[in-house]
Write a protein of this length. Structure first.
Length: 178
């Protein structure tokens, strides 16, 4: 083998070794997709609806699903239909009454699981409605997650009379039927 051939073989071997090393690094590094997966990309809302109301307060319900591999936390919600929106739970107070209150830490949707928002339990509370919510209207919401990502959904307004809880806190008279 002459000197030119030896140099070409060495160069080819060096390039192959460098490519192999780079390929090895790439396969052991976490993928950009897995390390930057946003909560808002793994959550969907099904069967969402909003309770009709002429004024004051209302609530939003539905099924939140998380297709991701990690639990996600909804930390807030907003809509133009209401001046104030809170994530609420319904619990028994010291007097044995069922009361609504803001959910500390938000709603956790388990990895690969669901969280149900329903009357008498977890729900999205709308306070200080901007306008009456009539059956057949639609309301758009934006959920914000602990990683600052968001998810938008639209829910129809429906007539509903049911669960009678009191609101614990706020400037309201304390009653809300939802």
């Amino acid at each position: 083998m002459n000197t030119a051939q030896k140099s070409t073989v060495r160069l080819t071997a060096l390039v192959a070794a460098a490519l192999l090393a780079l390929t090895g690094c790439a396969s052991t590094a976490p993928s950009a997709e897995s390390s930057t997966a946003l909560a808002g990309d793994s959550v969907t809302v099904e069967d969402a609806w909003v309770k009709s109301a002429d004024e004051g307060m209302s609530a939003t319900f539905g099924e939140l699903s998380n297709s991701g591999e990690k639990d996600v936390t909804v930390v807030s919600a907003k809509t133009e239909a209401s001046g104030m929106v809170e994530l609420h739970e319904t619990v028994e107070n010291e007097s044995g009454e069922m009361v609504m209150r803001e959910k500390d830490g938000g709603f956790v949707i388990p990895a690969g699981g669901t969280l149900t928002l329903e009357p008498g339990a977890n729900h999205i509370m709308l306070m200080g409605l901007s306008a009456p919510l009539k059956a057949g209207d639609e309301v758009t919401f934006t959920l914000t997650f602990s990683d600052k990502s968001t998810y938008e959904f639209t829910a129809p307004v429906k007539d509903y009379t049911g669960a009678n809880e009191n609101y614990e806190g706020g400037d309201d008279d304390g009653s809300m039927n939802h």
